[in-house]
Design a binder for this molecule. Sequence first.
Ligand code: NDP
Length: 285
Amino acid sequence: MTHTDLYAVLGNPVAHSKSPRIHALFAAQCGHDLRYEARLVALDGFADALIPFRAEGGQGCNVTVPFKFEAARLAERRSPRAEQAEAANTLGWDDAGRLWADNTDGIGLVRDLARILMRPEKGLLATQRVLLLGAGGAASGVLGALIETGAQAITVWNRSPDKASRLVARHASLARTYGVALEAATVPPVGFDVVINATASSLGGTPLPLPSGVLRSGALAYDLMYQRVPTAFVAQAREALAQAHDGLGMLVEQAAESYWLWRGVRPDTRPVLAALQAELGVRDD
Ligand code: NDP
């Protein structure tokens, strides 16, 4: 009897997720037999949702809003990336049945930035000044990887400033190791080369209240959110003549890293991103 491996993305909301499509394309490319579902989980039911999933033969799952912090806490073993982020987007079970957690959001973002900038990942943002907007699960997941690019400076701004301060404090030691000037700001400052929107502002379709000059010609603006039409942040950035991209490429890259963690095979992301862009009728700037 053939056995189809089961994977899923767990979140709330989750219906909009492109992860099932991405993993179906990876599986076709790799000749793997698997099923990948989007599962809506009650806001207070994340831990409970893992039990039937595992009983049905679940091999691993991705985790999205708002469960990334809880996912990391639940795991018996965390990768250094998940430990640093205190958040996980990838879960699996080892041979002894123990739940492990990892976070592939950061490497996903860095790989997509490398694609956009057409530069190697190593030292990708050296000499660059980076502004990270947001301090939720996604910002927590990407900050460590941004620091590891050796950026000259990284400033974190969040609507609730205490969360930005805590995120920065948690990464202070890593930033020292990489010689990155890391700080939190209470107002989004100007003068940055790369501006990354890791807030959920675009979900509501509203532009962020950014002082003029934060988004400007010559800057790269990146919205972690993606959708068929330009996100509010992408539209705002283009209006300011910045080079703007949404997070579809990151989504494909973080998914490929999860796939590798689960199955030991790294899919080629380029044809998958191209297929998604064609299906959504979107193009890169
Ligand atoms: P969380 O709910 O954990 O955090 C939300 C963050 O956005 C917080 O910093 C919150 O601020 C801020 N925020 C929410 N609404 C607004 C607003 N109207 N104005 C300003 N700030 C706001 O969500 P995540 O961090 O997990 O996700 C953030 C975004 O990143 C989502 O759009 C998600 O889809 C996207 N994402 C994309 C990925 C990809 O692969 N492309 C991967 C992961 C996430 P406060 O602390 O003040 O509440």
